[in-house]
Design a protein around this ligand. Structure first.
Ligand code: NAD
Length: 358
């Protein structure tokens, strides 16, 4: 047994089909009376449904969350919260909506109640991101960790199958990198392996039938586990590459995670054999495939993109992406600084072409 440090994150999780019915009780437990409800424009109906449930305890709705939390949107939402005298924020949606809630909490300390409807996992982390003048700044602050999270799989039935698969791969990426994190610990290892297993089993079921409640429940359960791993331990090469490609080349978040994950795991395979064994076991170890190949197959077999070419990257930009990725590397079990630029460039080429790792 290795030495480790484990920091519990103080959040309350209410899980189960139909658990949105407990919303009022949960708002009560937060001691809140005037909730500001947040959503994207696409999910404004769900926001209205939350407001209807809360009746007089809904202070207002801000249905304008967008990807990457632009500072202008954050300011607007903060001002509205202040004007309405809101004493909590209810974020119903994916990582973009939760991110907006975090931007409000960062300044005001308002408690957030998150109701996740994708598998991105932001609701379990104290990590925030705000985009100002085209640059996304991220950081950690315990004030932005949602106090309460209601996971209701019924709210995910409408997530389109394509987004469900890439969002699930996004969640698996947190768990996979958590397994070889520098500050990993045995509790997170358990959660990571179980999270990967739950999502890997759920995705084919969701693909077969998008409103399969059991599949949706398993996927959301996995998302909770994987998000917890992201919130507790450090991320490595895979997340660095995704931040580079998402931030500097404006590629879609969950799709980038889906394409890069098998390639990043292949790069790290020899440096992290125990993590590979756990990932392989969680994927069911089909046909003796490596962890990296297993992840590639999971995405491919469920109709997700596996090449950067297919999600809008230009081949001519791969050189610049490699330069950015190695210029300020994260810790990784296999180092990837300037000296490894050639290997990272090759990884990106493989990702561009969608080559199945060995
Ligand atoms: P998203 O929140 O941008 O949602 C994508 C689209 O799907 C939106 O239009 C949304 O309204 C819609 N949608 C969400 N749930 C739906 C449902 N059940 N039915 C129908 N439509 C639905 O996507 P995301 O992948 O969840 O989040 C991505 C963002 O979250 C990125 O900006 C990423 O950086 C951030 N993120 C942050 C953290 C963190 O810890 N801070 C973790 C993961 C992701």
């Amino acid at each position: 047994m290795r030495d480790f440090i484990y920091n519990g994150q103080p959040s309350r999780v209410v899980f189960g089909a139909g658990s949105l019915a407990h919303l009022e009780r949960e708002i009560d437990l937060l001691g809140a009376r005037r909730a500001l409800i947040l959503s994207t424009p696409e999910q404004s109906q769900q926001a209205q449904m939350v407001a209807d449930r809360l009746a007089s305890r809904a202070a207002g709705i801000f249905p304008r969350a967008v990807m990457h939390v632009p500072i202008e949107t954050a300011r607007e939402a903060r001002e509205l919260a202040q004007k309405l005298g809101a004493d909590c924020a209810v974020a119903i949606g994916g990582g973009s909506t939760t991110g907006l809630g975090k931007a409000i909490a960062m300044e005001s300390g308002l408690p957030i109640l998150a109701i996740p409807t994708t598998y991105a996992g932001s609701e379990m982390t104290p990590i925030y991101g705000i985009t100002e003048a085209g640059l996304k700044k991220t950081g950690r602050d315990s004030r932005v960790l949602p106090r309460t999270v209601i996971y209701d799989p019924e709210l995910t039935l409408t997530l389109p199958v394509g987004m469900s698969v890439t969002s699930g791969m996004n969640a698996i990426a947190h768990a996979a990198e958590g397994l070889y994190a520098q500050d990993s610990n045995p509790v997170m290892d358990l959660m990571a392996e179980e999270g990967i297993r739950a999502i890997a089993q759920a995705l084919p079921a969701i693909r077969r039938q998008s409103d399969d409640l059991e599949g949706r429940t398993n996927a959301l359960y996995g998302a909770w586990l994987c998000g917890s791993v992201l919130g507790n331990v450090g991320m490595a090469l895979h997340h660095k590459l995704c931040h580079t490609l998402g931030g500097s080349f404006n590629l879609p978040h969950a799709e980038v995670h889906t394409v890069i994950l098998p390639q990043a795991i292949a790069f790290n395979a020899d440096a992290a054999p125990q993590a590979m064994a756990r990932i392989g076991r969680a994927l069911g170890g089909q046909g003796g495939a490596s962890a990296a190949a297993g992840l590639f197959d999971l995405a491919c077999d469920n109709g997700a993109p596996v090449s950067l070419r297919d999600i809008g990257m230009k081949e001519s930009e791969l050189d610049r992406a490699a330069d950015i990725a190695v210029s300020n590397p994260y810790w990784n079990p296999r180092p990837f600084g300037v000296a490894q630029r050639g290997e990272i460039r090759q990884l990106l080429q493989n990702a561009f072409e969608g080559i199945r790792p060995a």
